[in-house]
Write a protein that binds this ligand. Structure first.
Ligand SMILES: [Zn+2]
Length: 440
């Protein structure tokens, strides 16, 4: 006889500071926190398994939740990325799991789970062992041509698809340009403008996502504007809702400002250069001077925090002191922060990055690389080099210092296999679109 299905609290091996996990009243993080369980807790009987009832997922794979029981009789729901399981999981669509295995890595063969009421968890049903044939498997059917006889339709085998979940909301595009955004009749700059412009802050259901062309950096979103389908380039919008069906990562970090910012321009470097636009190695996000600049993942380390000595409060930018934009003398001048004005560079080790970021790096031959993020043109810096940061911590304020023509954040991301920072110039070759880590 096989052992019953038992869970072990795995935690997040990449983040050893997580020493306990949350146990909730239902299968989604929106349910009440009942209690916590220490990483390493073992031999917890699994009473039930449900797909996340709001469809929460990692890279398109829906989280499963397991209702585990404690020896003292308490029970509650834990997410499968935090657990290992072993034993007979047949009743829940896992089959028999002989050795402890990361639960999230397993696929469930299951029909649709019924929705779970947020108030009353389902009664504890005894785990009925699924009928398992004890006898050897039947011999395979003969392959020789069978006589053609009309038969009743054969019931399809249970598909090994991830358990479907309920979407957390309609995938929605939110226009994030300073003014209205142009739309086109197809997914590329070569398609005609529709003449319909969409105002800043307006929201539209996303009905399609398509890359402009193979190798092109931008995807285009097809949105539904009161029945009319329009295409808009992805950098002009923010998005929310369950976008996983469109292959958009759902684990990126929020853009480094909250809501009071707008899109100015994006990353545009060879070989994906858009010839109609100037080369640019980062994102420019417009905002008022003083808007807080926030960090990405937990644990970032400030590797440089530099004051622009030639930037004055009343004339912070090179433009205001008589230089033209992009003057090469500015880039050579540390007094101007080499053009970046006041700036802060934060390092995230590979382990601190979201799974989709790590996968994207690995896909470029940069598996295990660290990311360095430049926050430039700040009016103020709130942190000094050597500071370890928490996720979303304010590290400075938006400004107009250095080679800048209006208050904005220049956000630039560079990858390096060596996590020890030497200089920004030394990791020039690792420059990449900030979309690898941040959502817009
Ligand atoms: Zn810039």
């Amino acid at each position: 006889m096989t052992n019953p299905l038992l869970a072990y609290v795995r935690g997040l091996p990449d983040i050893p500071t997580v020493v306990e996990i949350n146990i909730r009243s239902g299968p989604n993080t929106s349910y009440a926190l009942l209690f916590k369980l220490a990483v390493g807790t073992a031999n917890l009987p699994v009473l039930d398994v449900r797909a996340d009832d709001q469809g929460a997922n990692l890279n398109g794979k829906t989280y499963q939740w397991m209702r585990v029981q404690l020896p003292d009789g308490r029970s509650g729901w834990a997410r499968d990325d935090l657990l290992e399981i072993s034993g007979d999981g047949t009743a829940f669509g896992y089959g028999v799991i002989p050795t402890r295995t990361h639960a999230f890595a397993l696929a469930r063969m299951t029909a649709v789970s019924p929705p779970v009421s947020p108030v009353t968890p389902p009664p504890v049903a005894p785990v009925a062992p699924a009928p398992a044939p004890v006898s050897p498997a039947p011999a395979p059917a003969p392959i020789s041509p069978a006589p053609v006889v009309p038969t009743a339709p054969v019931a399809p085998a249970i598909p090994a698809a991830p358990a479907p979940g309920v979407a957390r909301g309609t995938p929605t595009a939110i226009i994030n340009t300073q003014g209205a955004a142009n739309t086109r009749s197809g997914p590329g700059m070569n398609f005609d403008r529709t003449g319909v412009t969409l105002p800043r802050g307006s929201r539209y259901p996303i009905v399609g996502v398509q890359r402009e062309a193979a190798g092109q950096q931008y995807r285009w979103f097809q949105v539904n504007n009161a029945g009319r389908l329009l295409w808009i380039r992805e950098d002009l919008v923010k998005y929310e809702g369950d976008t996983s069906p469109f292959g958009l990562p759902t684990d990126l970090y929020p853009a480094p400002m909250k809501t009071n910012y707008w899109w100015v321009r994006g990353y545009n470097m060879p070989p994906t250069v858009d010839a109609s636009l100037p080369e640019h190695d980062g994102w420019d996000l417009g905002a008022a001077t003083g808007e807080p600049i926030l960090t990405g993942p937990n644990g970032g380390l400030v590797v440089r925090s530099v004051q622009c000595t030639k930037c004055t409060p009343d004339r912070p930018s090179t433009l205001m002191q008589g230089f033209s934009l992009g003057d090469p003398r500015i880039f050579a001048d540390p007094g101007w922060g080499n053009g970046y004005g006041n700036f802060v560079i934060v390092r995230y080790t590979n382990e601190q990055l979201p799974a989709s970021t790590r996968a994207a790096l690995a896909g470029r031959g940069l598996g295990g690389a660290a990311l360095f993020v430049m926050h430039a043109h700040l009016s103020q810096r709130f942190v000094e080099a050597g500071t370890t940061l928490t996720a979303g911590q304010p590290i400075g304020a938006n400004g107009n210092t250095g080679n800048s023509e209006a208050p904005h954040l220049h956000l630039e991301v560079r990858a390096a296999m060596n996590p020890t920072f030497t200089s920004w110039a030394a990791i020039r070759s690792g420059v990449m679109d900030a979309v690898v880590l941040f959502s817009r």
